[in-house]
Design a protein around this ligand. Structure first.
Ligand code: SAM
Length: 212
């Protein structure tokens, strides 16, 4: 994701704490209180500029969406999109997904989305991939037993790696699409990266998996 330095980002974060939640670990096991309802919690990791989470929150008003994004200069763009949407079922957290267990209690999350995660193609960077075993351990902990992990990417290498990683971990693959747009899921919401790569004719891969 292209990251321009945004000198106003710090001020924006300070002024919009209702949307980009500071000290988000204080809401562990209390996210439903923050939203003020009992709707399911869906978490997107690596939210980027926010197109997916806003589209999903509009399509599913009875689901609460939380976007986790590492980059300050990227998350402020997502936050602006959320503000323009006027939707109240989205919150954002500027955090590294490594710290997921500090943010959510066991079983607190109903679905996790990984969209176009950084591929980290070098072997020595394997541990940074969001589908590496140690991340799967965290997802298993916070996901409800019936919860789903939904992963989309244009990167065939990362997709193949992730399918193996999921299977070795013991995840059950519920759906695997090797060309999501040709399979034509009318409910699919495109991310920024998805639009960019599919416009170039690249197939989009998607996997839905559950922890047994
Ligand atoms: N999901 C968006 C999309 O599909 O358009 C953005 C994809 S971009 C390739 C990956 C995003 O994940 C970047 O914005 C990056 O900052 C974020 N990211 C990477 N590693 C992360 C981590 N460990 N925790 C949270 N966000 C992360």
């Amino acid at each position: 994701m292209r990251q321009r330095n945004k000198p106003w980002a710090d001020d924006f974060l300070r002024e919009n704490t209702d949307l980009i939640i500071p000290n988000a670990n204080e809401y562990k096991n209390k996210w439903k209180d923050l939203f003020g309802n009992d709707s399911p919690i869906h978490v997107e990791i690596g939210t980027g500029k926010g197109q997916f989470i806003v589209g999903m929150a509009r399509q599913y008003p009875h689901i609460n969406f939380i976007g986790i994004e590492l980059s300050k200069s990227v998350i402020v763009t997502a936050a602006q999109k959320v503000q323009e949407s006027g939707l109240s079922n989205i919150r954002l957290i500027q955090e590294n997904a490594e710290n997921l267990l500090e943010l959510f209690m066991e079983n607190e999350v109903d679905t996790i989305y990984l969209n176009f995660s950084d591929p980290w193609p070098k072997n020595r960077h394997e541990k940074r991939r969001l589908t590496f075993r140690t991340f799967l351990e965290r997802y298993e902990e916070v996901l409800h037993p019936s919860g789903e992990l939904i992963f989309k990417t244009d990167n065939r290498g990362l997709f193949e790696y992730s399918l193996v990683s999921f299977s070795e971990y013991g995840l059950l693959l519920k759906e695997v699409s090797l060309d999501l747009h040709r399979d034509d899921d009318p409910e699919n919401i495109m991310t920024e990266y998805e639009e960019k790569f599919s416009a170039k004719g690249q197939p989009i891969y998607r996997c839905k998996a559950v922890f047994n």
